[in-house]
Design a protein around this ligand. Structure first.
Ligand code: GDP
Ligand code: MN
Length: 377
């Protein structure tokens, strides 16, 4: 789950990071009093859950409260990478003499927390990773020992030769690591971490992603979720307890089990087409779940055919078949359905589907090919 910069700043501040004060607003007029309160200059920042807001014109400096209102007016309602700006953050601005990048991720290779830093901050870090990887220092942290003093010293000296700045960086690295661990973050990033002309270090941007599987133990963070920033289908799927990820292809997929769902997507690609989604309806799939899945897939106007690929273990094929028939009746589906059901109660399922318009397939291979053929027709 992603959270807004303003909320991420709050978390960072609670862990002791040097974050300038800020307030959310949703109406441009509110920028005036907030700018007054914080003290100018301020920076007016679009709160959308994508990166590169600066480049898109969603981050603007204002030198007085009147200008803050003007900038807020310009940014509210703006479209940034398909997301509408409904909220902006007014933050006390900082003069910048140096910009660093500092980020934490979970490293898949060492299976440990990894801190990444670079003196090339402010800009696209992915670009630096590609064009000048030597400008990024990666430090693997053992979660048993935590971040060790020699590591923070090494990182500080990689970024600066200024002793006063280096002294402030140690606590920044430690606080970022601590925040990352305690809130079960999958990514925590400060880009840029800046040094002001008077030599003080400030975190002027904040990005935090939280591992969805940990949200059950972070009630306060879960409350920060902003549904308006997500695909409507993904929100609906979460509510219906389905794992769904929207993709850009034309073949809708209803599959049980994440492994089979991945294999189905691979096979669709193998035969030259693109899946419209990843969808795992889970182990015990009631007819209602199939109905919800169908509704979510039908929102996507790119879908030309739907492939239902079920391996009946705990899931009963006849339950799925009932769900499909119910969906066909209730939702008036005019998109062709290709169905491959195998395993528990497959005979009963086949009986239920006999004589309907559903295209049946005996194997996964055949199902995928038929779905592609129909989608391309
Ligand atoms: P992003 O583009 O979505 O990553 O948004 P950022 O918060 O990183 O802002 C983009 C850029 O705006 C930064 O890299 C800075 O160059 C500039 N910026 C943001 N806040 C301030 C500030 O307080 N003072 C100054 N001078 N520039 C800022
Ligand atoms: Mn940034």
């Amino acid at each position: 789950m992603k959270i807004h910069e303003g909320d991420a700043r709050g978390i960072f501040a609670a862990f002791g990071l040097p974050v300038p004060p800020s307030r959310f607003i949703t109406k441009a007029e509110e920028a005036g009093p907030v700018a007054e309160e914080l003290g100018c200059p301020v920076v007016v920042k679009a709160q959308v859950l994508v990166g590169g807001r600066g480049k898109a014109g969603g981050v603007k400096l204002a030198s007085d409260p009147i200008e803050a209102v003007e900038k807020a007016k310009a940014i509210l309602g703006m479209d940034i990478k398909g997301l509408t700006v409904e909220k902006v953050l007014i933050a006390k601005a900082v003069d910048i003499s140096k910009e660093f990048y500092v980020g934490m991720v979970v490293d898949r290779i060492t299976r440990k927390p990894l801190m990444m830093i670079s003196a090339e901050g402010g800009i696209d870090i992915e670009e630096v990773a590609k064009s000048a990887p030597e400008k990024i220092l990666k430090v693997v942290i053992d979660p048993i020992t935590g971040l060790l003093p020699f590591q923070t010293r090494k990182m500080a000296s990689f970024l600066t030769s200024d002793k006063d700045v280096a002294r402030q960086l140690g606590p920044v690295f430690r606080s970022l690591y601590q925040a990352f661990m305690e809130i079960d973050s999958s990514l925590a990033e400060i880009n840029p971490l800046v040094v002001s002309p008077d030599g003080k270090v400030w975190a002027i941007d904040a990005k935090i992603n939280i591992d969805d599987n940990s949200l059950y133990r972070h009630e306060d963070i879960r409350a920060l979720r902003d549904d308006s920033m997500e695909d409507a289908g993904e929100v609906e799927a979460r509510e219906a307890d389905l794992s769904f990820v929207k993709l850009d292809g034309s073949i809708g997929c209803i599959v049980n089990g994440a492994g089979l769902a991945m294999a189905t997507m691979d096979m669709i690609k193998y035969y030259g087409a693109e899946p419209a989604n990843f969808l795992d309806i889970g182990g015990s799939s009631s007819p209602e779940k199939v109905l919800s899945a169908m509704k979510i897939i039908l929102r996507d106007k790119n879908v030309k055919a739907i492939l239902v690929n079920i391996f009946g273990g705990i899931t009963r094929c006849d339950d799925v078949a009932k769900g499909l028939l119910e969906a066909k009746k209730r939702l008036g589906i005019d998109i062709p359905l290709v169905v491959r059901l195998t395993g528990t109660n497959e005979e009963e399922a086949r009986e239920l589907l006999r004589g309907t318009e559903l295209v049946s397939a005996d194997t996964m291979d055949e199902g995928v090919k038929k779905a592609i053929e129909i989608a391309n027709a």
